[in-house]
Ligand binder design. Structure first.
Ligand SMILES: O=C(O)[C@H](O)[C@H](O)COP(=O)(O)O
Ligand SMILES: [Mg+2]
Length: 292
């Protein structure tokens, strides 16, 4: 039964119930370059109570170490081992699941986060922000070294990038088509903007097929990585997110409780609608309210 954490007592009882908290980032801890009131204080409260904290973001634009700088800028304590991103999960999938060959490389539509996480796994890549300024419509030469195309949120996307990705996926036999996450929108500047799912959609339409793999929430790759490294008890763990079809579904699929906050994508009307099939365990206006 969906419970609204409306009083200080509700919020204290919620915190005492769990040992581990998994945090989505965009729409929960911040929106673009702005954090929400009380977020840093609420995070400090959890740390002071000895709770374990993990960050599980579908945002593939930054590497985990770059995210650490963003956390620090908002006064949020975070360790590298606590940060899991869709770019990190994608690099791990290529390396350890696909056993991506050393003589192959990845073509990226996305930001440096994907390039950096691939490099950390020793996987070569091209495209990404290097192709940001391409405006020509010249033919795309073959490049048989490209063994995978990875698409994530790309705020510098252009037609040439799409042309290259389409060329490699249709010309190179066995070329993997991977999307870091399928969030259709993400919150910033007080509004909503196209997300990774919207960036990948043109290639899905042109190819007439869906990706071979999508690594972000609600897929369980990041939760499995957390379990493998930390042995946390799912019964004492709660996922805190702002998007129903990624964060809350991720928790439901993983058998953990969930808290939906209303500072990002999901509105109270959407959450409470009789048509909504993705019901979180709890909901509250903002994670920052724990500091009140
Ligand atoms: O790709 C996107 O649309 C954004 O990165 C999206 O906001 C995911 O970020 P998260 O809410 O999982 O931190
Ligand atoms: Mg979010």
């Amino acid at each position: 039964m969906l419970q609204y954490l409306s009083t200080k007592e509700d919020r204290e009882a919620f915190i005492d119930k769990y040992d581990n908290f998994l945090f989505d980032c965009d729409g929960v801890l911040w929106e673009g370059t702005n954090t929400f009131d009380g977020v840093a204080e609420s995070m400090t409260l959890l740390r002071e109570k000895g709770k374990r904290v993990f960050f599980v973001t579908n945002n593939s634009t930054k590497s985990r170490s770059s995210f650490l700088k963003k956390f620090e800028g908002f006064g949020i304590k975070a360790e590298l081992e606590e940060v899991f991103s869709s770019a990190f999960a994608t690099a791990a999938y290529l390396k350890h699941v696909l056993q991506f060959p050393e003589d192959k490389k990845v073509y990226i539509i996305g930001m440096d986060g994907i390039k950096d996480e691939l490099a950390a796994e020793g996987i070569r890549s091209c495209g990404g922000e290097e192709d940001a300024g391409l405006t020509d419509n010249d033919s795309v030469p073959d490049d048989k070294e490209v063994g995978a195309v990875v698409i994530g949120l790309d705020t510098k996307v252009n037609y040439k990038k799409y042309s290259k990705a389409f060329a490699y996926l249709t010309r190179n036999p066995g070329c993997y088509f991977i999307v870091t996450n399928e969030d259709t929108t993400f919150p910033q500047h007080g509004s909503f903007y196209p997300g990774a799912g919207a960036i990948a959609a043109p290639i899905i339409a042109a190819l007439g097929r869906h990706p071979d793999a999508v690594l972000g929430k609600p897929a369980q790759n990041m939760l499995e990585a957390i379990y493998a490294e930390s042995h946390i008890d799912p019964k004492k763990t709660c996922m805190i997110g702002d998007r129903l079809d990624t964060d809350i579904e991720f928790g439901m699929n993983g058998g953990i409780d969930t808290l939906c906050v209303l500072t990002g994508i999901t509105t109270k009307e959407q959450l409470l609608s009789p048509d909504n099939r993705i019901r979180s365990t709890y909901y509250m206006d903002s994670f920052g309210d724990f500091s009140k």
